[in-house]
Design a protein around this ligand. Structure first.
Ligand SMILES: *Cc1c(COP(=O)(O)O)cnc(C)c1O
Length: 416
């Protein structure tokens, strides 16, 4: 899937082709099923990587990991779950799968992630309004940036609410030296094709102990009871990772640190090359406690900056959608919604697109999504304001120094 275009973050296999070796092994030993030696070894690799004595279950997707973590936290129909609004839909959709209600909480300015004070306000207000505590809290490491997990855990512990860390974008990011996904009760990882490492599609759940690990494993394999025949006493899911995908994952674990270092290097380069460009800010670690993986590098663009062609922004309806699977999306008859990136951001996206560079707006906050129009939200304006001015830039393993220089030159040219 590569030509001369510069993409945000494409899957990248090890030079040595280790992924193929493990896939071949799966065929040779006839382990072409959703369990097997590659799955076990991949889980062991992940446990070693995250450390902290955690247990890991490899799953078919990060979304499945969110879903199972919510079930393990006993989220039932009608329950409420606090979730960061500034995220990709996979953080909140599984709450809806369970018939529960997402309660969206806005972000802090520095990290772009859940605002702990607003989160506590939301907890208090939900208790006052419903007489019940939210069942779980889901902070999200947006673009790989850590959340203030110290404050989040202090509040969550005070109210005795479990935390499910959505570290799908933050694989290998650290808070005070510890890997994200290991602070809360559960930690969500994703190995989709565009994440820090890939298994083509896949995810994992970081579990606190053997007991939790067994429960997740059981739920992920259709909740089978120990009888010689199929006996079912609970509803389960077919969410286990395939042995073929896990073979890719094992190969990817041999280069994960190279990938993370590369993303960080690309961040440093953007920061350096854009430092004198007025009105464009590169989003960096707020202080030394944060150690982002810079899965996607992001910039914000001052509304005062004028971009060539911005008078024509939004004049054409977008064909296809961002990341739409096989181009399958609903057609739209209007180029506008009531909450969209500024004209200069859209103009810069188009400008870069025409020059072979994939750029993308920031994720639109969930509390502004029509599908969640009836959900409760505790907002402070931060995520909405960032959505209007922000942009993701190419950051993956195929993006080299020349590419970053080319991208920055094109950005400078675009500014009038
Ligand atoms: C990608 C992602 C997920 C889900 O992962 P999949 O493997 O794509 O199902 C969950 N949360 C966030 C924030 C993500 O970016």
């Amino acid at each position: 899937m590569s030509n001369n275009r510069i993409y945000l973050c494409l899957a990248h296999m090890s030079e040595a082709g280790i992924e193929q070796k493990y896939i071949q092994e799966a065929f040779d030993t006839n382990w072409v099923v959703p369990l097997g030696p590659n799955v076990n070894s991949f889980e062991a690799d992940l446990e070693q990587f995250v450390g902290e004595d955690k247990r890991v279950v490899a799953l078919s997707s990060g979304t499945a990991a969110v879903h199972l973590a919510l079930i393990a936290c006993d989220v039932q129909p009608g329950d409420e779950v606090i979730v960061q609004s500034f995220t990709f839909c996979a953080s909140s959709h599984p709450i809806t799968y369970l018939g529960a209600k997402p309660i969206f909480v806005d972000s802090e300015k520095d990290s772009w992630n859940i605002d702990p004070e607003l989160m506590e306000e939301a907890i208090k207000d939900r208790i006052a309004k419903t007489g019940k505590k939210p069942k779980a809290i889901v902070p999200v490491a947006l673009y790989g940036m850590p959340y203030d997990i110290d404050k989040i855990m202090e509040i969550a512990n005070r109210y005795d609410i479990p935390v499910i860390e959505d570290a799908a974008e933050g694989f290998g990011s650290r808070w005070k030296g510890h890997v994200l996904g290991t602070f809360g009760k559960y930690g969500v990882l994703s190995f989709n094709g565009n994440k820090m490492i890939t298994t083509s599609g896949g995810g994992a759940l970081v579990c606190p102990d053997k007991e939790a690990w067994q429960k997740i494993m059981w739920l992920a394999t259709q909740a089978r009871e120990a009888y010689p025949y199929y006996q079912h006493e609970a509803i389960g899911y077919n969410y286990r990772m395939s042995n073929i995908c896990a073979g890719i994952g094992r190969g990817q674990m041999t280069i994960v640190n190279d990938h993370i270092n590369h993303h960080k290097h690309v961040f440093e380069l953007y920061k350096e090359l854009l430092k004198d460009v007025k009105g464009i800010e590169v989003h960096g670690n707020p202080d030394e406690r944060y150690d982002a993986n810079f899965w996607l590098n992001t910039i914000t663009i001052d509304p005062e900056i004028h971009i060539k062609g911005q008078e024509n922004a939004y004049k054409i309806i977008v064909q296809g959608a961002v990341g739409g699977a096989a181009g399958v999306v609903h057609a739209t008859d209007s180029a506008h919604t009531d909450c969209e990136p500024n004209n200069n951001v859209e103009a810069l996206r188009v400008w870069l697109d025409e020059r072979g560079i994939e750029a993308r707006p920031l994720w639109k906050p969930m509390h502004k999504q029509p599908v969640y129009k009836d959900a409760s939200a505790y907002v402070n304006g931060v995520s909405e304001a960032l959505f209007k001015v922000g942009m993701c830039l190419p950051s993956g393993p195929y993006v080299n120094d020349e590419d970053v220089k080319y991208i920055v030159e094109r950005i400078k040219e675009a500014i009038v």
